[in-house]
Design a protein around this ligand. Sequence first.
Ligand SMILES: Cc1cc2nc3c(=O)[nH]c(=O)nc-3n(C[C@H](O)[C@H](O)[C@H](O)COP(=O)(O)O)c2cc1C
Length: 326
Amino acid sequence: MLSTRFTEAFGIRYPIAQGGMQWVARAELVAAVANAGALGFLSALTQPTPEALVKEVARCRDMTDEPFGVNLTMLPAINPPPYTEYRQAIIESGVPIVETAGQDPSPHLPAFQQGGVKVLHKCTSVRHALKAQSIGVDGVSIDGFECAGHPGEDDVPGLVLIAQAARAITVPMLASGGFATGRGLVSALALGADGISMGTRFMCTVESPIHSNIKDRIVAATERDTELIFRPLRNTSRVAGNMVSRKVVDTLAEGGTFDDVRELVAGARGREVYEFGDPERGIWTVGMVQGLIDDIPPVADLVQRIVGEAERTIVGLAGLTSTPAA
Ligand SMILES: Cc1cc2nc3c(=O)[nH]c(=O)nc-3n(C[C@H](O)[C@H](O)[C@H](O)COP(=O)(O)O)c2cc1C
């Protein structure tokens, strides 16, 4: 049951993935996701060097015999991280799947393919998914406007984006952004996706290696408690609504530049939010789906709950009788 093109192509028990999450997707969480029968991705750039990533992969392997992957996010930067070295670390670690994000993955695709690493490319538009498919990725994960992190600049929510993508995409496709429940999984399958990818929901689990204050904050928050920062810079990011994110939005709206908010958005402050548990300390990433999250379960319970609810929902829907049109 619940076998899809995604589970078959990637060798994963359930059609559920945990997307890469900076500072959050560490070995503890990813191993728990793998042991639960879903596909977890370590965040490569959470590790300070490619060598540290190799060690993190080994640490994760110590905790699971199931397959897991690594997310490699390539965003524009003044001093970009050494992506090629991170790529080599992924290949040499023998990781079977990489989630690429942020940029066209074509410069890295041949090396991954030669190294036997399957590529799931994450993007936020049908045109980028089509481009990725045309260059030969093994699957795509498409983030709707609801998602935590970078939703792109088109503002198309998943309900339209996934349905539209399903018309054109022939490789296995995950729907991402706004998913937390079995009913959500069924809706993604109904729209034509082969599974779901979740960030925020997995962030709010027992094994997620962040401070419990932040998990409690996610449980208490509603779907309206996020902010879109960097809109005027066309590098939009959906983050938790707090004093810092609202100040960033206001400063840029009043004509400020990146330099005016540089200190507020410093990555170190965001990292400290997760580490020390003060949700007002800096910018931290979370999605609108937090409005649907009201507990902090172990990952295995969460995955079983989603799968069970999805199966019951499918059976319930199949039992609906339709009235023939007059
Ligand atoms: C705390 C956090 C950090 C994230 N960091 C990254 C990242 O570094 N790279 C990336 O591709 N996506 C990142 N994402 C996005 C997720 O992989 C996923 O696409 C997104 O969370 C899906 O939306 P959802 O939160 O509504 O499930 C992050 C999400 C969260 C919640």
